[in-house]
Design a protein around this ligand. Structure first.
Ligand code: ADP
Ligand code: MG
Length: 272
């Protein structure tokens, strides 16, 4: 170290820390606490604390803050990876001006993730291209940032997963495993009609999470047409009851974002 600002006091104290075995003790303690960031930063921050005359409380806060920041960002990265989003899309990238039918206060509320804490559901309904998948991923990402585990898949993949488990007599175990995720996202209900078995499996998925874990569903069909998807009005009605009992239902209307983008490009072309 060539900096002259480091005073003799710093050196003496550091020497004291190591000579009294505090360094190795801290190495041991941070390992035991599983706080690698503290192990990495305590010494530099201690020097800073001495240079800047931090109080003990300020030093402790600085050290803990670094650990928490690292842990939160590492956890979020992990949760986003395990959520299996088809693409990572954020709410910040979502253009609200294109979708006046979406209540922005409601979206902001959902973005806090409190609905996950309360095991409430979110249903996004609207025509193709309106931004349902984008919003579902964006809200899913927010939930991971709030510390919740999330799992994303299309409705047909969820059914495949449940059918495989059912065939090997593992449906209950599978549903239990899925319940470990605080939020599951079921994208594209309605694109492919379900047969009788698939409808029943989907019903069981929804029922197994009722008031226990959140479900987010996107669909291009209004509830009134879910009977067609599930091939059975009664199963559809029973499922909708459970889904919407504690839920925010966002019905989106307007132009497809894709179509609108194309139309605007064409208009610009004409004007030139
Ligand atoms: P849906 O799932 O309703 O069919 P998507 O979410 O897949 O629609 O949206 C289609 C495409 O348009 C995606 O690439 C998405 O990111 C984009 N998109 C849709 N709405 C918006 C918006 N309001 N702002 C920014 N991008 C949008
Ligand atoms: Mg979609």
């Amino acid at each position: 170290m060539t900096t002259t600002t480091k005073t003799t006091t710093t050196k003496t104290t550091t020497t004291t820390a190591t000579s009294t075995g505090l360094g190795s003790k801290l190495a041991y303690l941070t390992r035991a606490l599983k706080t690698p960031t503290i192990a990495r930063v305590w010494e530099d921050l201690a020097a800073q604390a001495r240079d800047r005359n931090w109080s003990h409380e300020e030093y402790l806060t600085a050290v803990l803050e670094r650990q928490v920041a690292d842990r939160e960002s590492a956890g979020t990265v992990m949760r986003i990876r395990t959520a299996h989003f088809p693409q990572v899309k954020t709410l910040e990238e979502f253009n609200l001006d294109h979708l006046p039918s979406l209540r922005s206060d409601l979206l902001a509320h959902l973005a806090t993730g409190t609905f996950v804490a309360k095991a409430e559901n979110v249903i996004l309904l609207g025509p193709p291209g309106i931004g349902k998948t984008h919003l579902a991923i964006g809200l899913g990402v927010k939930a991971t940032q709030a510390g919740y585990s999330v799992l994303f898949d299309t409705a047909s993949n969820w059914i495949t997963r449940l059918a495989t488990a059912h065939q090997s007599g593992q449906l209950e175990a599978e549903l239990k495993k899925i319940r470990r995720y605080k939020l599951i996202i079921v994208d594209e209900v309605g694109y492919i009609p379900f047969d009788h078995d698939a409808a029943n499996l989907f019903f069981q998925l929804v029922a197994s999470r009722y008031e226990q874990g959140s479900v987010m569903v996107t669909s291009n069909l209004p509830f009134g047409r879910w009977g067609e998807v599930f091939g059975d009005e009664i199963v559809a009605a029973a499922m909708i009851d459970r889904l919407v009992h504690h839920a925010e239902v966002l019905t989106l209307s307007g132009d497809s974002y894709r179509t609108r983008a194309r139309r605007e490009l064409l208009a610009k072309d004409r004007d030139n």
